[in-house]
Design a protein around this ligand. Structure first.
Ligand code: ZN
Length: 269
């Protein structure tokens, strides 16, 4: 099982970090992708991942909720840290994606203009590096997807992190060749996500080839752990719910989503 979006640098895990990692390994989690949210977190995420020998892999980006007046300075710090890693380690591909980036108008639209500019700038960076993107969008679907559609035409690939949108949105994501990040939400009683993915009179199922698994831990724990601290190994419950919705075995879901994640993020075995 590959968790394609986990904030394992969160302080929720710092107390017993090595036991936490042991639990994930024995819980069948084979790989963890760790998105950063600003310049400082790129450093801590990178340093944390470096201690885990390829088990956890970093993504660098400026999260929309971290966009302020200083967004340009933040992005330039992220880029220079990225170049510093390449120069000092010789590793030509130190990150697996640009993320998490996107638009979030939920709590405030004060920096809406800056969020759009920061997103464009980071989408350009992803194209330049030939890396996929991890996209966070909340209360901003149309702005976000309309922009991504332009970049997808130029070859950009990526994942819509924590997808829980409408069937119409799903169609646009399929058409631009992006992936769906599926997490704990699908297990919630009031969630219509499983239906959106599999049942519709107007559309076919969202192809299994387009799904990747994620926790967004420490948030979004699936049932039966809803409300508690989430952990990558809990994606097993997401697999179970997906198997039920697609009427296939858990093994099919696990194998397919693993191979999707490997393809999108170019992970080796
Ligand atoms: Zn996240």
């Amino acid at each position: 099982m590959i968790d394609t979006h986990a904030h394992i640098d969160d302080e929720a895990y710092s107390q017993d970090f090595s036991e936490f990692i042991d639990r994930q390994r024995s819980g069948r989690v084979s790989r963890i992708l760790v998105p950063a949210t600003n310049a400082a977190s790129c450093r801590s995420v990178y340093q944390l991942c470096s201690t885990l020998d390829g088990y956890a892999l970093p993504a660098f980006g400026l999260h929309p909720e971290d966009v302020r007046e200083d967004w340009q300075e933040q992005i330039s710090q992220i880029k220079s840290y990225y170049r510093h890693i390449i120069d000092s380690t010789g590793n030509s591909r130190p990150i697996v994606a640009v993320g998490e980036i996107g638009l979030d108008y939920h709590f405030s639209v004060e920096y809406k203009k800056e969020q759009l500019l920061a997103l464009r700038s980071q989408l350009d960076w992803a194209l330049e590096l030939s890396l996929p993107v991890m996209i966070h969008t909340r209360d901003s679907t149309d702005d976000c997807i309309s922009l991504l559609e332009q970049y997808a035409k130029r070859g950009l690939q990526g994942v819509m992190h924590c997808f829980s949108g409408s069937r119409e949105t799903a169609e646009r994501i399929i058409n631009m060749g992006f992936y769906f990040g599926i997490g704990g939400v699908i297990t919630f009683k009031n969630s219509r996500l499983a239906d959106t993915l599999t049942h519709s009179e107007r559309f076919d199922k969202v192809p299994l080839e387009r799904l990747v698994l994620e926790t967004d831990c420490p948030y979004m724990a699936p049932v039966p752990y809803r409300g508690q601290t989430n952990e990558p190994r809990y994606i097993d419950y997401v697999i179970e719910r997906l198997a039920q919705a697609y009427q296939v075995s858990k093994q099919t879901i696990e194998q397919q989503t693993d191979s999707n994640a490997k393809r999108l993020f170019r992970l080796n075995d």
